[in-house]
Design a protein around this ligand. Structure first.
Ligand SMILES: Nc1nc2c(c(=O)[nH]1)N[C@H]1C(S)=C(S)[C@@H](COP(=O)(O)OP(=O)(O)OC[C@H]3O[C@@H](n4cnc5c(=O)[nH]c(N)nc54)[C@H](O)[C@@H]3O)O[C@H]1N2
Ligand SMILES: Nc1nc2c(c(=O)[nH]1)N[C@H]1C(S)=C(S)[C@@H](COP(=O)(O)OP(=O)(O)OC[C@H]3O[C@@H](n4cnc5c(=O)[nH]c(N)nc54)[C@H](O)[C@@H]3O)O[C@H]1N2
Ligand code: SF4
Ligand SMILES: [Mo]
Length: 695
């Protein structure tokens, strides 16, 4: 019997936890958190444990496929890798010759392993790289940039050392990042307080010291009143404000009308509770983390909510502080050399982006752009035609609103390719499916984690592919070879790793012992005087020149949210659950067994008015479209909202377990592709109402 251990990286969600895998006789025997990464404590979440079931799933794409019927019809021709890659490359060449390289676009799931494919796009000469972030954290990113000219990941959440953590539309104990869960739990054992501001009592709320149930759509009102109270009681960190806040006076004037009593009427949270909460925060400052949010693509004012959170963190002196939001270090900050980048082999394309980011919308960061605006460009051919789209580990038909409308926009494409390890609506609708090996069956590039202690990490192959699938680097290499980009063609992964590590002083064998290479021996906290805000003034700028120049207010007055028009109508809200990841695990045997469908959370009193009993199958409808779902009648949700876990409602027969189970929230967002936050860039997914009725 042969037995070995492989250090790798989980791929069941985009948190990408470091893992240790035991392999016996070429089979996965055991998966655990990498014990050499202290905050993992050797553990993984339930989805991480279900990685094995992904490998044995025979309902995933097993060979390359080219469509034989119409798009979405589901008639496929199984082909060899050579034929599939030739097909894609021939189309890309033809499109490039006819419309220029800019007519080629790709979107992905973001993350640390994308250097090679971004280099591929640069090599082709197209600026049209996007990721999923306009459906996720773009508002948080743009809020951070608008105040500090640094992205949201420039600071860490130092949960372990925090004294008070605030979660507002952030459900840390279900929307899991394993290290964050352990760090917060440790802190709470040492007396750290937890406040949860949510529209429903989620698992995090059940563990919290304070749970503030808020009326949906009114978070901005609450936060403005918090700022008002902090300033009125002079509870802010004077040294921080003097050194590092530009525009404090403007902020003070702006929040003047937003008293706790005013906010009580809007939010339903009593003024005395807000006051007590602010007192507790001030007592714990600066070791406070008010989490700025992750899935913050919810409302038309979500960007301003995120901005207000960063401002509160600043007023409390939490920015930069131990136990707050200290700045992360890059390799260079701790005297180490960073990895070599494939992207730097090619110049940045000069062409303007199809999604308008950087020229039409100058206040947005280019990077991953805004994918929903790419889709608009595909439809309108403005500013120019985009004819090829590669959905690379991305399922926009599940992740964006209005899938049927999105498909019509894509009708303009000459080539639609999906690179994926699972079936998805997008893959089903593609011209070509290039099946990716699941994470346990493939390697990835080496990646850098900027942290208090920065480190390099690498995903290694634990077992050989069961089916005719390939790793990312093999797919990109195959395409690069056909598109005459010899610098991106590799026969073996070691050549890629060697290129990346050249000049760092490390070799791939240095990952053998622990799976990661730490670049410093202890956490690096900057001295107060050295905070590296990247604005012109070197301070947090409350009034953002970039926003104002683009006619977007830095301080936006609060507007009350729309309410339901009649009884039986509710705002549709959503989130994640601990047992599934987005739309791509609902067909996983192990996870499906534990949670086969989502349910509709509905407030007890509202359900009674409609005569709906707990567990009853009810009808949810909007504009003539309806689906059925089981009601979860509960006191734990605000009466104006209904809630579902996202990712269910699959309609592909090939996914026999998930087929027809649960409700797909994105199908109840009529007009939703056009409802987005003009200041923050993200889709406003929760600006929709549904009618709930007995069947
Ligand atoms: N209505 C509604 N829409 C939403 C949301 C919601 O709650 N409600 N949530 C939003 C959020 S937060 C996000 S992030 C997006 C997600 O949207 P997507 O990024 O499209 O969703 P996923 O299902 O994570 O991934 C899509 C495909 O990529 C592959 N994949 C996913 N993760 C990985 C990975 O780690 N490695 C590899 N190799 N492949 C992977 C799978 O094959 C999967 O089919 O959707 C957003 N859209
Ligand atoms: N288990 C699991 N973990 C995951 C993922 C997964 O799919 N499954 N996906 C990962 C990804 S891509 C992301 S983006 C993160 C997302 O992680 P989070 O940002 O924490 O997102 P959600 O779980 O969507 O929602 C958090 C909470 O927001 C609440 N909420 C909804 N509307 C409102 C409102 O108007 N006001 C307030 N205050 N609260 C509201 C919901 O009830 C929910 O409890 O999770 C990551 N981790
Ligand atoms: S949070 Fe869970 S699913 Fe996500 S990477 Fe970590 S162990 Fe895997
Ligand atoms: Mo996300």
């Amino acid at each position: 019997m042969s037995k070995r251990e492989v250090f790798s990286v989980c791929g069941m969600c985009t948190v990408r936890c470091p893992i240790r895998v035991e392999v016996e006789n070429g089979q996965i025997a055991f998966i655990q958190g990498n014990p050499h990464v202290p905050a993992m404590k050797g553990s993984i979440c339930p989805r991480g444990a279900a990685g094995k079931a992904l490998i044995y799933d025979n309902e995933r794409p097993q060979t390359p496929m080219i469509r034989a019927g119409e798009r979405g019809e589901g008639r496929w021709r199984k082909v060899s890798w050579d034929e599939a890659l030739d097909f894609v490359a021939d189309h890309l060449k033809k499109i490039k010759a006819e419309h220029g390289a800019r007519a080629i676009s790709l979107s992905d799931r973001g993350g640390p392993f994308r250097d090679l494919r971004r280099a591929f796009l640069r090599g082709l000469g197209t600026p049209n790289y996007n990721n999923h972030d306009s459906s996720c954290a773009r508002n948080v990113q743009h809020a951070a940039l608008s105040l500090t000219n640094m992205g949201r990941k420039a600071v860490a959440y130092d949960l372990k050392n925090a004294k008070h953590v605030v979660l507002q539309f952030r459900n840390i104990f279900e929307s899991v990042n394993v290290q964050e869960v352990h760090n917060l739990t440790d802190a709470m054992e040492n007396g750290c307080k937890l406040t949860v501001i949510d529209i429903r009592a989620n698992v995090s709320a059940l563990k919290a010291n304070n749970f503030l149930q808020i009326k949906p759509g009114t978070d901005y009102a609450f936060n403005l009143a918090v700022i008002h109270e902090i300033i009125a009681k002079k509870s802010y960190d004077k040294r921080f404000v003097n050194w590092y806040m530009d525009g404090f006076k403007a902020l003070e004037r702006f929040v003047d009308p937003y008293t706790p009593e005013w906010a009580e009427v809007e939010t339903g949270i009593p003024a005395f509770r807000l006051r007590g909460f602010v007192e507790e925060l001030a007592a714990a400052a600066p070791a406070v983390i008010w989490h700025p949010g992750w899935m913050a693509a919810r409302y038309k004012d979500s960007f301003y909510i995120c901005r207000s959170i960063y401002m509160i963190n600043a007023l409390l002196g939490a920015y930069g502080a131990k136990g707050g939001l200290p700045f992360v270090s890059a390799p260079g900050d701790v005297g180490a050399e960073g990895l070599n980048q494939f992207m730097s082999l090619y110049p940045k394309p000069e062409e303007k982006r199809a999604d308008g980011v950087g020229w039409k919308y100058k206040h947005f960061q280019e990077g991953p752009g805004l994918a929903h605006l790419l889709y608009e460009a595909i439809e309108t051919e403005s500013p120019y035609p985009v004819k090829a789209y590669i959905a690379y580990r991305h399922d926009p038909l599940m992740g964006y609103p209005e899938p049927e409308r999105l498909k019509k926009k894509w009708a303009n494409l000459d080539l639609l390719v999906s690179v994926t390890f699972s079936w998805s609506d997008t893959a089903w609708c593609s011209d070509v499916v290039l099946p990716l090996s699941p994470y346990l069956e493939r390697e990835n590039l080496i990646a850098t984690k900027k942290e208090l202690i920065p480190y390099f990490f690498v995903r290694r192959r634990a077992v050989e592919p069961r089916y005719d699938t390939r790793a990312d680097w093999e797919i990109i290499s195959g395409l690069a070879k056909r598109m005459d980009l010899p610098d991106l063609v590799f026969e073996k992964i070691e050549d890629i790793w060697n290129f990346q590590l050249q000049g760092t002083g490390f070799g791939i064998a240095d990952f053998d012992a622990k799976g990661v290479i730490y670049l410093a021996s202890r956490p690096r906290y900057l001295d107060f005087e050295d905070y590296p805000f990247k604005t012109e003034s070197g301070k947090i700028e409350i009034i953002s020149k970039k926003l104002e120049e683009n006619n977007i207010p830095s301080l936006k007055p609060y507007e009350s949210p729309q309410s339901a028009a009649k009884q039986g109508q509710f705002r549709l809200t959503f989130g994640r659950c601990a047992l599934h990841t987005q739309g791509h695990t609902v067909n996983n045997v192990m996870l499906h067994e534990r949670m086969p469908e989502n349910t509709l959370w509905i407030n007890t009193q509202e359900a009674e008015k409609l005569g709906i009993a707990d567990g009853e199958v009810v009808k949810v409808s909007q504009n003539g479209y309806s689906e059925l779902i089981k009601a979860n009648v509960t006191d734990m949700i605000h009466p104006e909202a209904v809630f579902v876990c996202h990712g269910f409602g699959h309609r592909l027969k090939i996914e026999s377990r998930a087929y027809g189970k649960g409700l797909a929230d994105n199908r109840f967002m009529s007009g939703g592709l056009d409802i987005w936050d003009q200041a923050g860039g993200a889709i406003a997914y929760q600006e929709h109402f549904v009618t709930v009725s007995k069947q």
